[in-house]
Design a protein around this ligand. Sequence first.
Ligand SMILES: Nc1nc2c(c(=O)[nH]1)N[C@H]1C(S)=C(S)[C@@H](COP(=O)(O)OP(=O)(O)OC[C@H]3O[C@@H](n4cnc5c(=O)[nH]c(N)nc54)[C@H](O)[C@@H]3O)O[C@H]1N2
Ligand SMILES: Nc1nc2c(c(=O)[nH]1)N[C@H]1C(S)=C(S)[C@@H](COP(=O)(O)OP(=O)(O)OC[C@H]3O[C@@H](n4cnc5c(=O)[nH]c(N)nc54)[C@H](O)[C@@H]3O)O[C@H]1N2
Ligand code: SF4
Ligand SMILES: [Mo]
Length: 808
Amino acid sequence: MEHGLTRRKFLGAAAALGALALSTGCAPKAMEEQEEGQAQSEVVDIDSLEVKHSWCYMCGPAKTFCATRNYMKDGKWVHVEGNPEAGNNWGYGSKTLCAKGNAAMQTLYNPARLEYPMKRTGEKGEGKFERCSWEEALGAIASKLLENREKYGPESYAALSPQECKFVGQMGRRFLNVYGSPNYLHSAICVMQIMSSQHVSIGKATTTTPLQMDKTKLLVSWGVNGENSAVNNIMDARPVERLDAMENGLEFIDIRPMLDPLASHAAEWVPIRPGTDLALALAVLNVLVTEDLYDHDFCENWCNGFEEFAEHVKQFPPSWASPITGISEEQIEKIARMMGTAKPMGIQYGNGAGDQANDGSWLCICINLIEAITGNLDVPGGGGAPLLVGPPLIDIESLNWIPTLPEKLPVYEEDTENGWAPSRSRLVAPEFPRWYQDPETWSSLGLFREPSSATYRALMSVLTEEPYPLKSVFAHATNPLSQTRQPQKIAEALKKLDFYFVMDTFWNPSCDYADYVLPACTRFEDSCQIDGRNMPEGTFIGIEQKLAEPLGESRSDWRFYCDLAVEMGFGEDFWNGDFDQALREQLEPTGISLEELREKGYVFVERTDGATPTEPSYQNYDQIFSMLPNGKVQCYNEILGGKPNNRDDGELGYLPEYQGPPEGLAETPDLAAEYPLIFSDVHAHRMSVHSYFSNLPYMRERNRKPWAKINPATAKKYGIEDGEWMKIESPHGWIKMVAEYFEGVSPEVIMGKRGWWQDCQELDEPGYGCLDGGSEVNALYDATMTNFDPFHSAMAKQTLVKISKWEG
Ligand SMILES: Nc1nc2c(c(=O)[nH]1)N[C@H]1C(S)=C(S)[C@@H](COP(=O)(O)OP(=O)(O)OC[C@H]3O[C@@H](n4cnc5c(=O)[nH]c(N)nc54)[C@H](O)[C@@H]3O)O[C@H]1N2
Ligand SMILES: Nc1nc2c(c(=O)[nH]1)N[C@H]1C(S)=C(S)[C@@H](COP(=O)(O)OP(=O)(O)OC[C@H]3O[C@@H](n4cnc5c(=O)[nH]c(N)nc54)[C@H](O)[C@@H]3O)O[C@H]1N2
Ligand code: SF4
Ligand SMILES: [Mo]
């Protein structure tokens, strides 16, 4: 079995490397100069090369995680490694980068890069385009946006940002606010579930995740894909730290359908049927209550309505959950007892738990309540107790945040009448209920967030005209045809949409429907993002240093908004077109100038006083829960209960309600007679980000064909051999994928990987479409809008399917 994890310790200062074999990546020009078949490596003295500093961008445009040293040879970027002073991965793997990080050169020098603005000349979807100038594209976009604002109101413009992408979240949001639209379209399936469920149940001042993991005795890893999503970075999953903590006696429970590499180290692997986690969570709560495994003192003093809640969960014993989840009663009882007795216990949960389940908000809330009622909140080694780091030695608070000017949003009569924040009445498809989308609510719970609509429902407004149709949509660093459900429907909406424009580094399939496509440069070709990090070793500030001139006429994603704003007459709110001015404002509190930072690449101030960080006092519950109703954990939920849902067609409940997936072996037996298997997918993969980077040879080499893992017993039943293509049909669409035999998945479940539209020219690997007959898993899933989660709009990521050998 592939493992992919190594243990690495903080390396301290940079060690001189001496000679190093360099790979020149996939630069088309460099390749032409090579003799055919000649290996592309040469031995170079690394110390003779110029080093530029930057941040690795290979975790996606939303993130700056690992700071890097980039080696330049004759003006070309030839080698990358981590910057040891940056404490990447909180001290682990500081110099090493993950596989994606090491392939970074191949994205800059990729033959598939977009180089020029393009305008559509054929029908939408036909793919006929011609090159145009930036001047023409910006002029046309600006005049169309101004015209549509006049004709249909500012709310008719929406920006897609499924992954809370940084430049869309800051510059794109600022543009939306100045234009006057609240319609920031978020996927409703990435991370907000975790954040919002914590706000409304345990408060934002704490969490279920154990940050001091070396003290944790039991970790519950629920729907987390750490070996892929967080190999080398600082996100919550922290798989390497988990393996180290196991040496101190940590045990963990892994709840997910596949026996992935980390799951094979677990004390208990719980191979749950996709989409049924809430049944499991309710049964765990049932055992905790009926077997008296909860913390009485905590529940009496710090839980709102614990009695009603305890009575409520008595309806959900393991005998009820077992046939739904496919997990034996014995295993449910066993893991519940472990959660109730091991102290301290912490729970990490990822996108597999709640983000993509149509009852995901109650699921996430129940997970939080398991942590709470077992008395594990704000306990060292339990949930929420912070990492011990000294105070920052440079003021880094302002870094990486550009003010978004929410005060520019118009206030409508309906907003005032209902007590809603500005423009909430104009949300086309509120991701969260309108009453919840309030700066007061969010900030009182510890997080500021601006309004959002949910992508799928919002794009459907173009077809249904309910409550009004969006007219102009900007897809910036996103491909709506592989990101949300039912790409067929999305394509229909894009066809009917009045004005659609895209800015991307590559031609994604949704570009075919665009009026204009704009070429983005990678973050290695400009210097627009600053980030900082405070660590036990010291405080680090880094900026992207430009490693190469932008390819063709590609432009920075950040600067683009300044260019468009000037064209629209919004220049005053956009530093009169000079984005560097925004960076100067960010840097002001640090006392470091932009010029100095660009020159040096980074500044690191070492902690030399030898003082160990002071331990905070823990379990200050009156303070931690002070923002919650009655100052208590919401077992009986008075934030949600009795309030309108996000569709304004019903009320939310006070106590967890089991909904279950829209279809399933236990849920819809008639449908299961025709479609006898369950299909679900994984999002993160070590060799790609979302649906891209599979055009990089280093990545595609190890992740070659659209794969779906299937139990050999099941595959053989249908005459499908390992490595053969299979046709996968659901009641909602069909795709083809390559069967990968894997005993670590139950015979009734198939697990695919999303996003296969990219080809890889160097390896002669084709791309596969996003619509029916392609290989995009989203084509298979249900998208009945009344099935979406009534609080945070999540959609089920599971469907019933039938399979056959693909002969096409
Ligand atoms: N290399 C790489 N890293 C990434 C990304 C990437 O694309 N590539 N994406 C980034 C982004 S945007 C995000 S949001 C994070 C996501 O980070 P994670 O939440 O860690 O990643 P996912 O891949 O969504 O993993 C979900 C896990 O849940 C399992 N699962 C699927 N269905 C179910 C279910 O019904 N119940 C349970 N219990 N488990 C289920 C899957 O098998 C998978 O192991 O990763 C980030 N990191
Ligand atoms: N079935 C299913 N669907 C899912 C998920 C799942 O697990 N299963 N996961 C969900 C999650 S967690 C997320 S975050 C979303 C992600 O969904 P999206 O963010 O829409 O991801 P992609 O579809 O990969 O599209 C990203 C696009 O950004 C482009 N791009 C990359 N870098 C840059 C850049 O620097 N600048 C510009 N301008 N463009 C760039 C890429 O070429 C690509 O076309 O998908 C969600 N959809
Ligand atoms: S985890 Fe990998 S891809 Fe992400 S920033 Fe670090 S090296 Fe780059
Ligand atoms: Mo995500």
